[in-house]
Design a protein around this ligand. Structure first.
Ligand code: NAD
Length: 354
């Protein structure tokens, strides 16, 4: 094989480790932030206040309003609040929803973000923003929304219920899977992808066995950092297009949808992506068929395996297949409407991937 690629590193600073939340003031000092607004979801208001406490008088407010898919009106309110309190930056603590809200403010006002992720979704490592207006989610890329610093403290993930940890972890694995066969794949990102899958595949069963196991929590967050970096550095294909259509059109839950669809999308792409399949096989303990192994892992860890149980109706399959094939994009294997309909039907019914 001869190598040919273009690689551009994203300018990010990452601090990782137990108790790194305590170093948040130093991170703000690095960037020169003196008046930050803390963003979190209503369910994580306590965590938001914990962060505020760690920041002392550098914090000018806690806004517990982040919700899934960043509705435009929430983004507008949050931007107004940031302006009202004279914030010079935001600290977004939580999953992709809280970080997404920080990105919406960054997009409007250019305020820098420090992210403190508490799920494995990976948004903190990407320059991708999303905004939902009248039920339609628009996404785009802008370097201004890339967090300036990311503080990973595994202790903050200990409260993420085991079930959500599994689906969020498989959501992270999905980024690595598609980075391995991306049109803009590069050797360094492929190494990160393989290691990310390896770390998460080992950590998730340990979390299910004991959700406060510190080593498992650290390994899972480490894996999610790597997988998030893969998402930020490459262009996603079929799997992410399907999940975007399912989430945007039917409002299916993000991490669970990724968990159900991934084995089926991967099974479709595997024959056209031998190097990616070999890397995944190594990361999954020598599994002969990585797609099948991911499907088994989801079953063993009690994760959902049907789109039906997430609320999708069989009659929605054609609509989603149409949406997911309405625009062409890079994918290792050419895709037809019938292919996508078949993948969606298998995922909807919970058949083994084939
Ligand atoms: P989320 O942020 O919506 O979190 C789900 C729920 O879990 C929330 O109620 C949250 O408060 C709670 N939670 C989070 N961490 C917790 C913890 N440690 N303990 C207890 N509860 C906790 O879900 P998500 O899956 O992290 O993110 C999904 C959203 O992020 C979607 O809107 C998706 O489109 C977006 N996303 C964007 C990107 C990107 O690059 N732009 C990447 C991944 C995801």
């Amino acid at each position: 094989m001869t190598h040919q690629f273009v690689y551009e590193a994203l300018p990010m600073r990452v601090r990782f480790g137990v108790n790194s939340l305590a170093t948040l003031p130093e991170e703000l000092d690095q960037i020169g932030l003196k008046r930050v607004l803390v963003l979190c979801s209503p369910e994580q208001e306590d965590t938001g206040h914990r962060v505020a406490q760690a920041l002392g008088d550098r914090c000018v407010g806690v806004l517990p309003e982040a919700v899934m898919h960043v509705p435009n009106e929430v983004a507008q309110r949050a931007s107004d609040e940031a302006a009202r309190v004279g914030a010079d930056g935001c600290v977004a603590v939580g999953g992709g929803s809280a970080i997404g809200l920080g990105k919406a403010i960054a997009l409007k006002h250019g305020l820098p973000i420090v992210a403190v992720p508490t799920t494995y979704a990976g948004s903190e490592m990407t320059p991708v923003w999303g905004l939902t207006t009248d039920g339609r989610k628009e996404t785009g890329k802008d370097p201004r929304v890339l967090p300036r610093s990311v503080v990973y403290d595994p202790e903050l993930t200990a409260t993420l219920p085991a079930g959500m940890s599994v689906t969020s972890g498989i959501n992270a694995i999905a980024h690595a899977v598609e980075a391995l066969y991306a049109p803009d794949a590069t050797p360094i990102i492929s190494l990160m992808a393989e290691e990310g899958v390896r770390a998460l595949a080992a950590a998730l069963p340990a979390i299910v066995a004991n959700s406060s196991d510190p080593e498992a929590r650290s390994n899972a967050l480490y894996g999610s950092w790597l997988c998030g970096a893969c998402l930020g550095a490459t262009t996603m294909s079929l799997h992410h297009k399907l999940c975007h259509a399912l989430g945007g059109t039917l409002n299916l839950p993000h991490a669970q949808t990724h968990t159900v669809v991934l084995p089926h999308a991967l099974a479709f792409n595997q024959p056209a992506a031998p190097d990616a399949t070999a890397a995944l096989s190594r990361a999954l303990g020598g599994a002969a068929d990585p797609a099948e192994r991911l499907w088994q892992i989801a079953g063993e860890l009690g994760a959902p395996r049907t789109l039906a149980e997430l609320g999708m109706k069989e009659e929605d399959i054609d609509r989603i297949a149409e949406e997911a094939t309405s625009r062409s994009y890079g994918n290792p294997r050419p895709i037809t409407f019938d292919d996508v309909r078949g993948i969606l039907h298998a995922a909807w019914a919970g058949k083994p991937p084939s």
